[in-house]
Design a protein around this ligand. Structure first.
Ligand SMILES: C=CC1=C(C)c2cc3[nH]c(cc4nc(cc5[nH]c(cc1n2)c(C)c5CCC(=O)O)C(CCC(=O)O)=C4C)c(C)c3C=C
Ligand SMILES: [Fe+2]
Ligand SMILES: [Fe+2]
Length: 351
């Protein structure tokens, strides 16, 4: 049995160095999710998430007092209630759908070129941590690492925070692997094609609503003014998708969801938009969320339940949520092509 540790690399039982067949690793990173839909399990998850200065950049001591003194006394119970609505026998959708996507990507890369690329999954908050996953890849013999955060659009609050986590993990390694990072894939033609094909397939099965709303996760508007490219990348994804679907300007609407706190976030807000569309006479509204690689609380509860209720309460008949790409062959194929392209120049790129 080969044995290894972070510092010595890989050795066999006689101490001789062995060259493992797997040399490159692909680390998928998603946000993370609580371990159970209970206030007790949600609290440490929110503490880690909302304590990240990339997510909330207020002065540390002031924010620590507000977070621990106020927010973590109230929000865990509310969030747990929302999580309970989407939790099923497999657990948190974000977790198990990220896992099946990672398994699908591994199978596809193996099919193209057996045994040369190792896919692992990490969560930015909670488990398995980025540090744990990188340590495991290194023990498996990985000497070149490609990191792919499952966020098509770059934001300092999401992708930037994954960069921090990888940097922190590398600080603990005596001999870190060579590193590459996919910062975003918001305009990748394969990704746009996968999104369009997913929406078209859903329309073929369910018919087409009167309008298509694309809802992206929001961030504070101030972050964009400070240089975060997120809003531009969301709008670019939306424009490319509209062109590919051959929709007129008025057939598609873009909005931003999930505002937290008192600051202005990116507008228009999704909840106000669905109410306005209902008031304007739209009866069937289709909603897709191209910023989420897999379905999670934000799509299954906030869009498909909360915003559906806002829409019908305002006079609409049906808000129909079009699922994320999840582990579909379209998404697996587009991510596999993206990975292959970013491996360019490494021996594992062939295949
Ligand atoms: C308060 C600040 C927040 C910022 C900024 C933010 C940006 C951001 N988030 C995602 C993706 C996801 N967020 C999810 C849940 C979630 N997000 C926030 C807050 C901010 N997000 C909170 C407090 C929560 C927890 C739930 C709640 O209490 O409302 C999730 C879902 C996780 C799951 O378990 O299913 C995702 C995914 C992105 C992409 C992003 C910036 C672009
Ligand atoms: Fe979020
Ligand atoms: Fe939300």
């Amino acid at each position: 049995m080969p044995r290894s540790n972070h510092y010595t690399g890989v050795a066999d039982d006689s101490g001789a160095r062995v060259v493992p067949s797997v040399q490159a690793g692909v680390l998928l990173v998603n946000l993370g999710t609580p371990t159970a839909p209970t206030a007790r399990a949600v609290r440490p998850y929110l503490a880690e998430f909302l304590g990240d200065p990339r997510v909330i950049d207020y002065p540390r001591w002031l924010w620590w007092l507000i977070l621990h003194g106020v927010i973590l006394r109230v929000r865990p119970r509310r969030s747990a209630h929302a999580y309970a609505r989407i939790w099923d026998e497999r657990g948190s959708p974000l977790r198990y759908r990220s896992e099946t996507l990672a398994a699908g990507l591994q199978a596809e890369l193996d099919r193209q070129q057996p045994g040369t690329l190792r896919v692992a999954l990490a969560m930015r908050y909670g488990e398995p941590s980025v540090t744990h996953a990188i340590g495991q890849l290194q023990r498996d013999g990985v000497r070149r690492l490609l990191v792919l955060p499952l966020y098509p659009q770059y934001s300092a609050t999401s992708t930037g925070s994954v960069i921090d986590a990888v940097a922190n993990a590398f600080k603990r390694l005596r001999w870190p692997p060579e590193l590459r990072f996919i910062n975003d894939y918001h305009d990748d033609p394969g990704h746009i094609e996968a999104l369009a094909a997913g929406i078209e397939r859903w329309w073929a099965a369910h018919g087409r609503g009167e309008k298509l709303l694309l809802s992206f996760h929001g961030i504070p508007e101030r972050y964009v003014r400070l240089g975060d490219p997120y809003a531009d990348q969301c709008r670019r994804t939306a424009q490319l998708l509209r062109e590919r679907l051959q929709l007129g300007e008025h057939e598609m609407v873009v909005s931003f969801q999930s505002r937290v706190g008192r600051e202005r976030w990116l507008e228009p807000y999704t909840d106000a938009t669905v109410r306005r569309l209902a008031a304007d006479g739209v009866r069937t509204l289709d909603v897709a969320c191209p910023g989420f690689a897999v379905d999670c609380l934000e799509t299954l509860e906030e869009i498909a339940m909360q915003n559906r209720d806002f829409f019908t309460a305002a006079g609409g008949e049906a808000l129909r949520y079009i699922p994320a790409l999840n582990d579909s062959t379209d998404q697996v194929a587009s991510l596999a092509a993206l990975v292959r392209r970013h491996l360019g120049g490494w021996p594992e790129a062939a295949g």
